[in-house]
Design a protein around this ligand. Structure first.
Ligand code: IVH
Length: 700
């Protein structure tokens, strides 16, 4: 027998500890997987779950013998096999949030500004409780309920028709003269009393309890067996609509009345208000009643009443400009700060996460919370071992507000934020901007050698709005990365070929049967051609989100054109940099990030390899049917029927690009009275000029 060196002995001791922790975490994960997938009753948030997995990964990185090659990857969040998918004809969007009375005033002022109303003009806005349940879209054709769908990601939900038919408050047939096609939307919820009783029953039957009424309503609705849903007491408030063939009213409150006449319950606390002050007064009325209401609410929704105004106001990304949710104050609790974990993101940002003694805040158990950044920890002097105040508001990530200093243990030391990346050991720095001001974020300088960054980049590359590779979720990426199978985006596309030659094939691993591997390869191959805007977004270049990716794709047309300009743009005085800067929405920061990305050697090599596998195709159209999609438009002079901001939003919604100046690239100039030099330029370049009325006729 050979004797062990002191190093080997020390490692063996550490391995024993790691093995114990790893086994404990694996058991936790297995339990959470059951709660999540089989019982629809997650007991922790996705972020907490991910944190456990990350901890396991870091143990596995140090002790590869802990890697369980046969571990089953976590299935994606959507239980795809469970319900058929339903595409929403009209997307189910979300609401922006506000928290302060000032923001309510600002909401009303902004609406008026956008519509070009005077400050003294009144604008009617409805206020109603924001129900804490899950939204559902009910499609009626000729008065008959034909389909019910969950919100899903807003564009595609799950078909829950059979389950919804068991809910008594949802009519199978509409009363009166309902429009031929009538999609009614609203919230399915469970009352607080029914939730408590259901949990009691669950416990008696040895089943896990639901975390809150919202989860129990969701769990009850998403049952494969509708007879289970039928036994659960679910309710429904109608508050919105999707596709409607013939609008029964011209105002929000008129529509709600109509929905009521069709046979739906609508919320009795809905009021029509004439000013921000009235909205705030009603907000207080609802807040006062909150505790006594039989169902959970988490705020008040304000909606501009006039539907024509709603149409004009439109949407910004995924939320309407004509509505907002004024949330109630966040709930708070105190607990022990056990540790501070530093997570490394896709762009190398080091984010401090508080590891807390689990505590219930507003009905949800919280064990992780954000500490924001290094400066916040210093400013609030938050120390490991402190008792801290934790706050949770709605869907927002819980946050640590600060320490309770009189409970501080004597040995607690000020927290020293690491200056080395915990994932790869590279130096982590805070960049200074042009004025010498330090960025709040400390970043790992390891770039592609940092495993945390490369995993996060891969996840981003495969994510829904990027390449959207089905079957290649976070867990699979982590596994493939840990095994060295997929280290760069290009590796994804060579996986099939390498698997063909491999001794140990993917299909032979647990959780990866023949069908799932075949589907995975098919999903990968389906993305060998991808819209250039998605491709640009997928690269994960700093400051280049979906909107900027679209702008770049629209400007350059092809990926190669972008690449050749961006890789020549390192010099701030170069023509290439000037071209980038001239693109609407692409300021210096974005231009510099692009130049940096495309001139970085490792990136170049990775791109080269990737472009051998994937061909970026012409960009996706926002609205292909729109006559102005893809066109560059300049508005000049006074507009009389709409504000400049409104005109711009409308044009962008229809897929056009709005520019502030006329150039040879301009396709159309919309000119009102008082238009000056831009008009001259337009005629010089031979660009089409139309009036505001002609514009409205063209886009209506
Ligand atoms: S209106 C386009 N009204 O809040 C906006 N939403 O954060 C359509 N919700 O997904 C939504 N009560 O599930 C609206 N009275 C109410 C609501 C409400 C609850 C939920 C809904 C939506 C989420 C948006």
């Amino acid at each position: 027998m050979t004797s062990q060196s002191p190093d080997q002995i020390r490692r063996a001791a550490r391995l024993a500890d790691a093995r114990e922790e790893h086994a404990r975490l694996a058991a936790e994960v297995a339990q959470h997987d059951i709660s999540y997938h089989q019982e629809d009753a997650p007991t922790i948030s996705d972020a907490d779950y991910d944190a456990i997995r990350r901890r396991m990964d870091s143990l596995e990185a140090r002790f590869p013998e802990l890697v369980d090659l046969f571990a089953k990857p976590r299935i994606g969040a959507a239980p795809a096999e469970k319900f058929a998918k339903v595409k929403h004809v009209v997307p189910m969007l979300s609401l922006g949030n506000i928290f302060d009375p000032d923001e309510a005033q600002e909401f009303v002022a902004r609406v008026k500004r956008f519509l070009g109303l005077a400050e003294s003009d009144g604008v009617a806005v409805t206020a109603e409780p924001k129900i804490d349940g899950l939204s559902c879209s009910l499609r009626y054709v000729k008065g008959e309920l034909v389909q019910a769908a969950t919100r899903g990601d807003g564009f595609e939900g799950e078909d829950v028709t059979a389950n919804v038919r068991t809910i008594k408050e949802i009519p199978h047939r509409l009363n009166g003269n309902a429009p031929e096609i009538c999609e009614v939307r609203g919230e399915i919820y469970m009352t607080k009393g029914d939730f408590a009783a259901l949990n009691e029953r669950q416990m008696q039957q040895g089943k896990p309890a639901f975390a809150n009424p919202r989860n129990s309503a969701a769990g009850s609705l998403r049952q494969l067996d509708p007879s289970v849903t039928a036994q659960r007491p679910l309710h429904f408030f109608a508050y919105a609509w999707g596709e409607i063939s013939d609008m029964p009213a011209t105002t929000q409150h008129g529509m709600i009345e109509a929905l009521h006449h069709f046979g739906f319950k609508t919320n009795p606390l809905t009021r029509q208000c004439q000013s921000a002050d009235e909205l705030l007064a009603h907000w207080h009325t609802i807040e006062d009643q909150r505790a006594a209401l039989p169902y959970d609410i988490d705020g008040v929704v304000y909606k501009v009443d006039d539907l024509d105004y709603q149409r004009r106001l439109g949407f910004v990304s995924r939320a309407p400009r004509w509505a907002t949710a004024h949330k109630f104050a966040a709930e708070k609790a105190t607990t022990l700060l056990r540790d501070i974990e530093i997570q490394v993101g896709r762009t190398g940002a080091l984010t401090p996460v508080a590891k807390l003694e689990p505590v219930t805040v507003g009905g949800v158990v919280v064990s992780n919370a954000t500490l924001h950044n290094e400066d916040e920890i210093t400013r609030k002097d938050i120390r490991i071992g402190d008792t801290v105040i934790v706050q949770r508001a709605g869907d927002v990530i819980p946050q640590v507000l600060g320490p309770v200093t009189d409970k501080r243990p004597a040995e607690a030391k000020p927290y020293a934020f690491p200056h080395l990346c915990p994932a790869c050991g590279s130096v982590a720095v805070r960049e200074a901007d042009a004025k010498g001001e330090l960025d709040v974020v400390r970043r790992c300088t390891g770039g592609l050698i940092c495993p945390a960054q490369s995993i996060e980049r891969l996840k981003h590359f495969c994510s829904r709005n990027a390449l959207d590779i089905e079957g290649l979720g976070d867990r699979q990426i982590e596994l493939f990365h840990a095994e060295g199978l997929v280290m760069t985006p290009a590796d994804i596309f060579t996986l099939e070929e390498r698997d063909r030659r491999a001794m140990k094939k993917l299909k032979d691993r647990e959780g990866f049967g023949e069908t799932s591997v075949r589907n995975l390869f098919a999903a990968i191959n389906a993305r060998r051609k991808v819209a250039v805007n998605r491709f640009i977004f997928a690269l994960g270049i700093r400051h280049v989100g979906e909107t900027n990716a679209r702008r770049l794709a629209r400007h350059f047309g092809t990926f190669e054109a972008l690449r050749s300009v961006a890789s020549a743009a390192s010099d701030p005085a170069s023509d290439a940099r000037a071209e980038l800067n001239a693109i609407e929405g692409v300021g210096d920061v974005v231009a510099e990030a692009l130049a940096e990305f495309f001139s970085e050697k490792h990136n170049e090599a990775q791109l080269e390899a990737l472009l051998k596998e994937v061909s970026p195709e012409p960009m996706e159209a926002v609205q292909t049917s729109s006559p102005v999609a893809g066109k560059t438009i300049v508005f000049t002079g006074a507009l009389e029927k709409m504000t400049r901001e409104e005109a711009k939003a409308q044009a962008e919604r229809l897929g056009a690009k709005v520019s502030g100046s006329v150039s040879r690239k301009t396709d159309l100039v919309v000119a009102g009275p008082g238009a000056g030099s831009k008009l001259d330029k337009a005629s010089e370049f031979g660009i089409e000029v139309i009036s505001e009325d002609e514009w409205l006729a063209r886009v209506s």
